[in-house]
Design a protein around this ligand. Sequence first.
Ligand SMILES: Nc1ncnc2c1ncn2[C@@H]1O[C@H](COP(=O)(O)OP(=O)(O)OP(=O)(O)O)[C@@H](O)[C@H]1O
Length: 350
Amino acid sequence: MQTFHSRQGRTRTEVRAVDGVDLDVAEGEVVGFLGPNGAGKTTTLRMLTTLLRPTAGSATVAGYDVVTRSEDVRRSIGYVSQTGAAFSGARAGDEVVDHGMLYGLPRRAVEERGKELFERMDLSGLWTRMPRSMSGGQKRRLDVVMGLIHEPRLMFLDEPTTGLDPQARANLWDHIRDLRDRLGVTVLLTTHYLDEADALSDRIVIIDHGRIVASDTADHLKDRVAGDLVDLELVDRSRIPDAVQALDRLVTDRSGVDVTDHHVRARVPQAGRSIQGLIRHLDTAGIELRTIEVHRPTLDDVFLSLTGRSLRDAETAPAGTPGSPDGVPAPPVPAGTPTGTPTATEGALR
Ligand SMILES: Nc1ncnc2c1ncn2[C@@H]1O[C@H](COP(=O)(O)OP(=O)(O)OP(=O)(O)O)[C@@H](O)[C@H]1O
C-alpha cells in the first residue's frame, strides 16, 4: 500500500495511491500495467524500483526484498522513468558510459556494451550527439540503452512511448519485444494506451483506483470478461423479436440483447464457435439478414465491463501532487549483475 498526504491550506488530504496490489511476474514475461491517469501505476513502479518505501505490504524483486535489500534490487533492475535519464549537457555516449560506471563497471566494458546497444537500438552514428538534439524516439531509445547498460534481467518502463509519433512508437515496440526475445529480459511496463498493452504484453494487469481489477492475457480477458460483439442487421424489422430470442440463447451473462433500428446486438462468448449455428437457425426461421458483423472486444470493453466506465472516460487529472518528496531518491547503484531468479517480481502492496 502507498498512502500520500498532501496539504492545501488547513486541509490535510490522504490519497491511497496503491491499495491492494498482488502481483507475480515470472522471469521472461512482458507484463503491461494498464490503467487510467492517476490509477497508481507509477506509484507501484516507484515502490518496486525502491524509489518509494511502501506504507504497508511487501514486495520481492529479482529475489530481493525492496526494503531490506534495496541495493541488490537496484543492481538487478533497469528503470526508465517517464521523464527519462539523459539530463546533462554531455554527449549521448558519454552519458551512457558515466551511467554504466556508476554501477562500478570498467570504462572499457561499458563503452563496448554501450556501442553494441546503440546498434541494437537503431542509434548507430549518434554516440557523440547531444541528447537535446535527438528526436523524441531517439531520446527514448537512449533512455532504454541507459537502463540496459548494466545488463539487468528485469526492466521497468514507465509509459515508454508517451509523446512519441506513431512511427517512433511502433519502432520502440519492436525494441521492447526484442528485449525479451533476444536478451531474455523480463519487462514490466506501464501504459494507458490500450493498443500498446494489447500489442506488447504477454499478460495485462489492469489497475484502477490503486487496485488490480484484472490480470490475464489480452485474449483471455477479452473472452472471459467481455465476449465478442455480434451485430445482426435485419431486412424486416417485424422479425426483430425472433432475432432477439435467437441471439439471447447465446448470451451467457446478464448483458442482454440491444435493439436499435434494424440492428440486434449482443455480447457472445467465443462467437466464432456459435455463429454458424446462429446463421443456420435464422435461415431456417426465414429471418433475412442485410449484414452480420462480429467484433472482437477491445481492452476498453474489458475495462468497461469490470468498472462500469470506459478507460478513456476514466482518464482524470491525478488528485495528489506527484513528485512531492515522499520518495527516497535512488543513490548510485553498486556493481554486479545477479543471476536469474525463478520469479522476477512478486509482492502484495496493500
Ligand atoms: N508524491 C505524491 N503525493 C501525493 N499524491 C501523490 C503522489 N504521487 C502520486 N500521488 C497520487 O496518487 C495517485 C496515483 O498516482 P500515480 O502517479 O501512481 O498514477 P498513474 O497511474 O501512474 O498515473 P499516470 O498515468 O498519470 O502517470 C494519484 O491520485 C496521484 O495524484
